[in-house]
Design a protein around this ligand. Structure first.
Ligand code: SAH
Length: 410
C-alpha cells in the first residue's frame, strides 16, 4: 500500500501571491499605442492573436486605416493563420509597418519539440517569447459509430503550477507565470497545424490552474468560441478549487463544463493529497459547485484520481456518493486511474479495484466514467505535463536551435 507522500504544503494565499508577483515581473512593460477597448497585456509587444473582429477593426482605424483592414487582419489570423506580420501580403506595406512600429506581433511561438505516443496523442512544446516552454496536447478520437473524428486540445493556462497537488508532475516543477490569452489560443492553432484537422474540443487541463488566471482563460475561451467556432459545450475548465473563483465563473453563465478535481470524499484525506485544500474547505467547495449548477444549468464534473491504497476503497466510493447526494443533482464523476510520474510513490490501482469503485458509485445512482488513459508513452497523459527540457520553469533557458521543430514519433 502506497503511503501518502509528504508534500510541502503551499497554502493558497501564498500561491496566489506568487501568481500575482510572477505575472507582474514576467516582463518589462513598454508603452505602445493600444486601441480603445484593448487592455494592456503587460508585455513589451502586443499580440494580435486573440483579438476579435471589432477589436481588429478598431485597431485598423486607430492606425489610420479603414475599418475593413481590420477584417483582413481577422482573416489573416484565423483563416490564413499567418504567423508573422511580414506575411500579411493582403494589406498595404504602410499598415504592416505601422503595426510593427506600434509594437504589434501576431503572437505565435515556434514549436520547440513534439512527441507522438503510439495511440496518436501528441504532446507539443511551444517556446514562448521569454524562452519558457509550455506543453499542449492533442488527443485524437475516432468515433467509428458516427464516422466522425474528434480532436481534443488539452491546453495549459500557466507556465508550471503553484498548487503542488501531490500526484501531479506539473506542480513539482514550480511556477513561473500566468499565460497571456494569445499564448493559450496559439496552443489550439499549433495542434490544428500538427494534426491538419480542426480542434473540436478544448479542455483546460494542461499545465497550471486555470482559475488563478481566469481573465486570460476567459478571453481565450471567447476566442475559441467566436473566432475558431468551437462550441461552448465542447469546452471544459478544470480546477482543483480556488476560493471565490467558481462564483465568478458562474456569473459568466458559460455553457461549458466545470470540472472540479476532488480526489477525496472528505476534507482530511483531501488535504493530504491536495495541499491547497487547506484554504478551501470541502463544504465550501461543494456549496460553490451546487451554486454553479443552479446558476448555469450545467452539471459539474468531479475528477477523482484513483491512487492505490489511498483513496480507492469501497468506503471512499460510498462516502463520495454521500457527499454528492448532499450537494444536490447535476454532477458526474470522472475517475482517472493514476498515471505514474517520476519521483512519486503513488501506484495505479488494479483494474478490478477501479471497477469495484465504479460499481459502488453506480449502485448509489451516481453517473460515472473512467477516463481512458491517453498518451502515456509520450508522458502526455493527465498530470504528466512536465517537460524534460525545462523541469524547472523558473529557470531561463537558452534557445537551442538544434532541437527546434523536431517531431519524434514513438
Ligand atoms: N489544475 C487543474 C487542471 C490541471 S490537472 C486541476 O487540478 O483540475 C488536470 C487533471 O489531471 C486534474 O483532475 C488532475 O488532478 C489530474 N491529474 C494530475 N496528475 C495526475 C496523475 N499523475 N494521474 C492522473 N491524473 C492526474
Amino acid at each position: 500500500m502506497a503511503a501518502p507522500q509528504h508534500v510541502r504544503a503551499a497554502p493558497l494565499a501564498r500561491a496566489l501571491r506568487a501568481t500575482a508577483t510572477a505575472t507582474a515581473t514576467a516582463s518589462v512593460p513598454v508603452p505602445v499605442p493600444v486601441p480603445a477597448g484593448i487592455k494592456s497585456q503587460g508585455t513589451s509587444r502586443r499580440a494580435l492573436l486573440g483579438l476579435s473582429e471589432p477589436q481588429l477593426r478598431q485597431l485598423a482605424i486607430d492606425l489610420g486605416q479603414q475599418s475593413y483592414r481590420g477584417k483582413q487582419l481577422h482573416d489573416l489570423l484565423y483563416k490564413s493563420r499567418a504567423k508573422q506580420i511580414q506575411e500579411f501580403n493582403h494589406v498595404p506595406k504602410a499598415f504592416r509597418e505601422a503595426l510593427l512600429g506600434a509594437g504589434w506581433s501576431v503572437g505565435r511561438s515556434p514549436v520547440h519539440h513534439a512527441v507522438t505516443a503510439s495511440d496518436g496523442t501528441t504532446k507539443i512544446l511551444l517556446k514562448l517569447e521569454d524562452n519558457r516552454l509550455i506543453e499542449t496536447v492533442g488527443i485524437p478520437v475516432d468515433d467509428d459509430n458516427k464516422g466522425s473524428s474528434r480532436l481534443t486540445a488539452c491546453v495549459s493556462s500557466q507556465v508550471g503550477c503553484p498548487l503542488r497537488c501531490s500526484f501531479c508532475a506539473t506542480g513539482k516543477g514550480g511556477f513561473a507565470r500566468n499565460l497571456q490569452p494569445h499564448e493559450i489560443v496559439e496552443q489550439v492553432l499549433a495542434i490544428e497545424e500538427t494534426f491538419k484537422h480542426r480542434v473540436t474540443n478544448v479542455v483546460f487541463m494542461g499545465m497550471g490552474e486555470p482559475m488563478m488566471n481566469l481573465k486570460s482563460v476567459l478571453e481565450a475561451h471567447q476566442c475559441f468560441n467566436k473566432e475558431l467556432k468551437i462550441g461552448q459545450r465542447m469546452m471544459t475548465i478544470s480546477t482543483v478549487g480556488v476560493p471565490n473563483t467558481i462564483k465568478m465563473l458562474a456569473s459568466h453563465k458559460l455553457q461549458s463544463t466545470l470540472a472540479v478535481s476532488l480526489h477525496a470524499p472528505n476534507q482530511k484525506l483531501r488535504e493530504t493529497i491536495v495541499p491547497s485544500a487547506k484554504s478551501y474547505p470541502l463544504g465550501a467547495l461543494m456549496d460553490d459547485c451546487k451554486s454553479y449548477f443552479l446558476e448555469t444549468g450545467r452539471r459539474v464534473s468531479f475528477e477523482y484520481t484513483l491512487l492505490a491504497g489511498i483513496n480507492d476503497e469501497k468506503e471512499h466510493a460510498e462516502e463520495l456518493a454521500e457527499l454528492l447526494r448532499m450537494c444536490g443533482g447535476g454532477y458526474h464523476v470522472n475517475l482517472i486511474p493514476y498515471n505514474p510520474i517520476e519521483g512519486s510513490e503513488y501506484k495505479r490501482p488494479y483494474r478490478k479495484v477501479v471497477q469495484a469503485f465504479v460499481d459502488a458509485l453506480e449502485a448509489r445512482k451516481i453517473t460515472v466514467s473512467v477516463r481512458r488513459t491517453r498518451g502515456l508513452d509520450a508522458n502526455a497523459a493527465c498530470g504528466q505535463l512536465r517537460n524534460e527540457f525545462q523541469k524547472n520553469p523558473l529557470l531561463e533557458i537558452e534557445p537551442s536551435p538544434s532541437t527546434e521543430r523536431t517531431l519524434v514519433a514513438a
